[in-house]
Structure formats: structure tokens, C-alpha cells
Design a protein. Structure first.
Length: 113
């Protein structure tokens, strides 16, 4: 079996997370720039004397598909390197991947990872 790990993290932490994943032997990742908010509902900022609320904060979604047995290691690597200790550090979600196929060869299963 395989797991898909999706992490929503701060953009400034991406290089640290990417390096940690490469060092752990998991260099195959997908990065997507996204916007959103959690329970903090955005932030209030002041610019040129005007106060405004930014509801959707810039984040990066990191996606990695790994074998079941290394999913916890990958989650820890992401969390340890994405964490700042402040509100808005993000979330990690894990789902089961039932199948995978390498488009070039048609090969299927965990060997495509």
C-alpha cells in the first residue's frame, strides 16, 4: 500500500522541507502555491494608515506519495522543518493511495514511486 501525504505549510519553510525530504530519500514531490486560512481567520495589517484584514494567506501545498512503512518518517520530516511554533504553521493530511501508474511505461503499483 501507499500513502499520499499532503502538507499545507508556510512558503518560507518550503526549502527546509524539500531538503529534509531529499535527505530522507524522498525527492519526488509536488508543490502548489495555494491560499487559505485555518482557525486564525487571516491577519489584520496596517498599510499607509489604513487597517485591513487579509482573509486568505499564501501557503504552499506539498504532496508526496510514499510506501506505508515510511509515511510516519516523512510526516515527521515535514513537521520538524515546517514548524515555527507560531499560529499558521499548517497541517498534514494522510490518505491511502489505492493505485499508481507510471505514464511512460504503464508500470503500476508501489514500484512506480
Amino acid at each position: 500500500m501507499m500513502k499520499k501525504i499532503e502538507a499545507i505549510i508556510r512558503p518560507e519553510r518550503v526549502s527546509l522541507v524539500q531538503k529534509a525530504l531529499e535527505e530522507a530519500g524522498h525527492s519526488g514531490i509536488t508543490l502548489t502555491e495555494v491560499k487559505g486560512h485555518g482557525v486564525q481567520r487571516g491577519v489584520t495589517q496596517t498599510w499607509r494608515g489604513n487597517t485591513f484584514t487579509v482573509d486568505l494567506l499564501p501557503k504552499v501545498k506539498v504532496e508526496v506519495v510514499v510506501r506505508d512503512e515510511v509515511a510516519r518518517v516523512v510526516m515527521k520530516a515535514i513537521a520538524d522543518n515546517a514548524r515555527t511554533g507560531e499560529v499558521g504553521d499548517g497541517k498534514i493530511f494522510v490518505t491511502t493511495v489505492d493505485a499508481a501508474m507510471r505514464v511512460r511505461t504503464g508500470e503500476t503499483g508501489p514500484t512506480v514511486l
